[in-house]
Design a protein around this ligand. Structure first.
Ligand SMILES: NC(=O)c1ccc[n+]([C@@H]2O[C@H](COP(=O)([O-])OP(=O)(O)OC[C@H]3O[C@@H](n4cnc5c(N)ncnc54)[C@H](OP(=O)(O)O)[C@@H]3O)[C@@H](O)[C@H]2O)c1
Length: 334
């Protein structure tokens, strides 16, 4: 089958179109013919070698963490899916590789695709949808009447998280540039701040939750806009000791992550607020709940651009520009 592979780590490395063997199938796996994939900054960070310490992929390997497609084969102990099912997923770590014609995944990481959206739209959902779900529902336990600040509301995670937060009954503040005001308002944002003109720390106070996706400065300001016992959930680092436990890291990783997050944990403690890091994980059951929200039109996909499979490198560069509105999709089949 055709796949875009990484031959060596590096910021300037391009993906190479190659002919590789079709994936093999374990007894709990489904084989999915990829109709659409989606580019995430995670793909670029893995290519750059940024995550080598805890995701030590050995080149050559295939990138890609989002897929929508059709099940073509199932393992002997699969009971949730059958050939012909239209599905979508964020494959588990160490099983990525959606920039290819086929991918095999454990059935527990997969969900039925929402019936009311296209394959391209479905491919844009899993990674950002699960990130928002795990931040807002699992970690923050966001409740009706609470106030949440979601940074970069026009990005992949932001466009989904705003809609989920509104569904959960929260008041939502977000940052974006003036060009994207209409977009984030159409998704339900109540307070919109132009990050190029205004400082969110001056405009926001007494928030219950912050979803942090920007730099260290934004993270430290976020701690200061929380009410006592408020929570910052950061998806852009630094990793914390709980993350070392989640990935079953060895003693060395545990120490590294303790040191990396020591400063922000100390500042949070001093302010009487809570900091935690989230690295999202594959979860078919949560994705199934997201399917229901999309089918009941509570959440809609937001797509910036669709690239043909041959232009996967161009799609990666476009995402790396940092200016995309919603998601960038790669289309493999009609
Ligand atoms: N830990 C995890 O599990 C996890 C999961 C998903 C994503 N992430 C990380 O979270 C971050 C965001 O991911 P994403 O996919 O949502 O990014 P994205 O889609 O590439 O974000 C692009 C958007 O960010 C906006 N933006 C850029 N700089 C901004 C700033 N300083 N303040 C506010 N908005 C700004 C841009 O708006 P303008 O064009 O108007 O500037 C653009 O619409 C990345 O670092 C990604 O790696 C982590």
């Amino acid at each position: 089958m055709k796949a875009f592979i990484i031959k060596r780590y590096g910021k300037k490395e391009k993906l190479h179109l190659a002919e590789i063997a079709e994936p093999t199938l374990n007894e709990k796996d489904v084989l999915v013919q990829v109709h659409s994939a989606c580019v995430n900054l995670l793909d670029s960070k893995i290519r750059d070698g940024e995550f080598k310490t805890f995701l030590p992929y050995r080149p050559p390997f295939t990138l890609g963490h989002d897929v929508a497609g059709v099940v073509t084969k199932v393992g002997s102990r699969v009971n949730k899916f059958k050939a012909g099912d239209e599905v979508y997923a964020r494959p588990a770590d160490f099983r990525m590789g959606t920039f290819a014609e086929f991918i095999s995944m454990n059935e527990n990481d997969v969900a039925m695709k929402p019936k009311n959206i296209s394959m391209e739209e479905a491919g844009s959902i899993p990674l950002v949808g699960l990130t928002a779900w795990q931040a807002l529902v699992e970690k923050a336990n966001l409740k009706r009447g609470q106030k949440i600040f979601i940074q970069a509301g026009s990005g992949g995670v932001g466009t989904f998280a705003i809609q989920l937060a509104k569904h959960l009954g929260a008041t939502v503040a977000t940052t974006t540039s003036a060009e994207n005001f209409d977009l984030v308002k159409s998704l339900g944002a109540d307070v919109v701040i132009d990050y190029r003109r205004d400082d969110f720390e001056i405009k926001l106070k007494d928030y219950d939750v912050v979803l942090n996706s920007q730099d260290k400065k934004a993270l430290e300001k976020s701690l200061r806009i929380l009410k006592p016992h408020g929570k910052v959930i950061s998806i852009s680092g630094p990793p914390d000791p709980d993350f070392a436990i989640q990935i079953k890291g060895n003693w060395f990783l545990k120490i590294v992550m303790r040191i990396l997050s020591a400063g922000v944990r100390k500042k949070a403690k001093r302010l009487g607020v809570h900091f935690s890091f989230l690295f999202m994980r594959a979860h078919g059951e949560q994705l199934g709940q997201i399917t229901r929200l999309i089918e009941s039109r509570v959440i809609r996909p937001v797509m910036d651009k669709v690239f043909p499979f041959e232009q996967t490198n161009e799609a990666m560069s476009y995402v790396e520009s940092g200016r995309t509105k919603g998601k960038v999709v790669i289309k493999l089949r009609k």
